[in-house]
Design a protein around this ligand. Structure first.
Ligand SMILES: Cc1ncc(COP(=O)(O)O)c(C=O)c1O
Length: 419
């Protein structure tokens, strides 16, 4: 296990009190808005792939705070960078310059391969996508006042602000807030013809994920991406790839688009960029990089020195320790292991996704039960659809941890299969 100092932690059974009797849970129930369901556990600290609860039990984290802690918990390089920056300078606003924002933008230019990249920093994935949508609108309106529509894919997820919620192709999430502004055209995620037809003169952008994360770990056909690129070029629209979940090595390369042969005009990044510190980035190249001028877009905390120092540490660590290469090996190990489970009896049907963003496709809607079974064995994964489990361990996960997780997953799936 990754935590040699506590080798037996993962083999113990959980001993914590049931959620309802935990005073912290009771206080949370009273004071936090109920935007999330009941908490599934309370954690005090983490190290590498392991989270520790109040009783000191170790839990194997194959969820990574929803694809965020890609270097594992409390990575020394990130902790050191954060501590150093936090004790030096935490905030100035964007009226003034600080070095970490410039350094983080330079790193993003390097790893995207966009020589002429410019970056707008925000706080999260949704605000990175908001920036991208506004940028595309301004770019479109410079051509024609009505060129403001966005084409997005059914099943997609782009955030919870009003514009990104509207771009999100999941009608159930729209319902409580309808009517929305009505500027997004959703098309099936697997049709190049639908893409070609949907992009019109009034389209300012196509916004898509190369692997839909929240939509059930669904990879996009390269033909759809090619059709999007061609259609955007024809219509003078921008191709925005949402790399919030897929970026920073999650699917193998630094960014998922890099395996496709297609260059977007804009990408959005968040989640793993600062290994848990809040950050979002809208990275544009070519003419898109120069669309925003002073006063067009802003946010008080954007480019925060502590988050940006963490992002620099993340990128330098991944590069310096050649973590993308080792993560690809672990991704293959995990994929092969899930495929082996699929070939045995039980509800595991197939594996999809790439790198360390994998979906376990089940043959019936039992993902929540298997998630719970894994949790009872102190393995964290999550049901991203009724019949799909998401597995997203840190890029630093060890081979032994992958083997242990596969064993637990197999047990949990077999239990559900026998019911
Ligand atoms: C692809 C994608 N885009 C955007 C978001 C929104 O990011 P955030 O929750 O940081 O606002 C998410 C979150 O899961 C995501 O997966």
């Amino acid at each position: 296990m990754t935590n040699p100092s506590e080798p037996s932690a993962l083999s113990e059974r959980p001993t914590r009190a049931p959620a309802g009797s935990d005073p912290l849970v009771v206080r949370a129930e009273r004071r936090l808005m109920r935007t999330y369901g009941p908490p599934k556990a309370t954690f005090l600290r983490g190290k590498g792939t392991v989270l520790f609860d109040e009783e000191g039990n170790g839990w194997l984290d194959f969820l990574c705070g929803l694809g965020v802690t890609s270097l594992g918990h409390a990575h020394p390089a990130v902790s050191e960078a954060v501590a150093r920056q936090a004790s030096t300078l935490v905030h100035t606003s964007n009226l003034f310059l600080t070095a970490p924002a410039v350094e983080a933008a330079e790193r993003l230019a390097k790893i995207t391969g966009f020589d002429d990249a410019r970056v707008f920093f925000s706080q999260c994935g949704a605000t990175a996508n908001e920036a991208a949508i506004k940028l595309a609108r301004k770019h479109g309106k410079a051509q024609h006042p009505d060129k403001i529509r966005v084409v997005a894919l059914e099943g997609s997820f782009h955030g919870r602000t009003l514009a990104t919620l509207e771009a999100t192709g999941q009608p159930a999430k729209h319902a409580p807030f309808a009517p929305l502004a009505g500027f997004v055209d959703h098309i099936p995620h697997d049709s190049a013809d639908a893409m070609t037809a949907a992009v019109r003169d009034d389209t300012c952008a196509v916004l898509l994920e190369i692997v839909q994360g929240e939509g059930g770990i669904r990879p996009l056909d390269v033909e759809v991406l090619e059709a999007a690129r061609e259609a955007c070029d024809r219509a003078g629209a921008l191709l925005i790839v949402d790399e919030v979940q897929t970026g920073v090595g999650r699917t193998g390369p630094w960014f998922a688009f890099q395996g496709s042969g297609i260059a977007p005009d804009v990408i959005t990044v968040a989640k793993a960029l600062a290994n848990g510190l809040p950050i979002g980035a809208c990275v544009a190249r070519g003419p898109a990089a120069d669309v925003f001028g002073p006063g067009d877009h802003a946010t008080t905390f954007g480019g925060n020195p502590v988050s940006c120092a963490a992002a620099v540490a993340v990128i330098d660590t991944i590069e310096g320790e050649r973590i993308l290469a080792s993560a690809r090996i672990r991704g293959r190990q995990l994929r092969d292991g899930v495929a082996a489970l699929a070939s045995s009896a039980g509800p595991v049907h197939a594996v999809r996704g790439t790198g360390l963003l994998l979906g376990v496709q089940l043959d019936r809607p039992v993902a929540a039960e298997i998630e719970a079974g894994c949790r009872e064995r102190r393995l964290l994964v999550n049901a991203v659809a009724p019949d799909v489990l998401r597995i997203a361990p840190p890029l630093t996960v060890s081979g032994e941890e992958v083997d242990h997780a596969l064993e637990v997953l197999g047990e949990a799936a077999a239990d559900v299969g026998e019911r």
